[in-house]
Design a protein around this ligand. Structure first.
Ligand SMILES: [Zn+2]
Length: 166
């Protein structure tokens, strides 16, 4: 890691402003580059955005495999949707774990979030963003999984390294 990278990561983790002023994001031109660097890390148009999600998914999948647990990545299921959009948005499970609980398969849904979300409103609380993301995923997908004889397992993590219970 270079000195510049180290300094940037340290400032980010210690919540020391990275940029002197808020400016429009030069990549997506939709959001504001906040002084803490939150958007710079989470801009959805950066090549690394999907990479982080897929990297965590691949590590989790590898852990399951090494533990002898049968699983499949990006497994098609016919019930995971966005409840607001209905069946037009069918999507695969990030990881489908076979025979996870009581013989039922588990749909594991990964989500990476920023620990600094809502910082201006409530102040920083360790793990708050992960718990919120986990609850949001449960509200979105758990019912459909249960109705289709599957278990739903949200797997939320943040860019400071916090993981939800698995
Ligand atoms: Zn952006």
């Amino acid at each position: 890691m270079s000195v510049v990278e180290y300094r940037a990561i340290l400032r980010y983790r210690l919540m020391i402003p990275l940029f002197p002023v808020d400016e429009p994001c030069p990549v997506c031109r939709k959001a504001c580059l906040d002084s803490f660097g939150e958007h710079a890390i989470h801009c959805k148009e950066l090549p690394g955005f999907k990479y982080r999600h897929d990297w965590v998914r691949d590590v989790l999948y590898d852990v399951l495999k090494r533990a002898g647990i049968s699983a499949k990545k990006e497994a098609p299921v016919n019930f995971l949707t966005d409840p607001l959009e209905g069946r037009s948005t069918l999507r695969p499970a990030d990881i489908l774990v076979f025979g996870w609980e009581g013989g039922k398969h588990a749909c594991v849904d990964l989500t990476g979030v920023s620990p600094l979300v809502g910082l201006k409103d409530k102040g920083f609380v360790v793990g708050q963003a992960v718990l919120k993301a986990e609850a949001s995923k449960v509200a979105k997908h758990e019912k459909a999984c249960l109705e289709n004889q599957h278990v739903f397992v949200p797997f939320a993590f943040d860019t400071f390294g916090t993981l939800c219970d698995f």
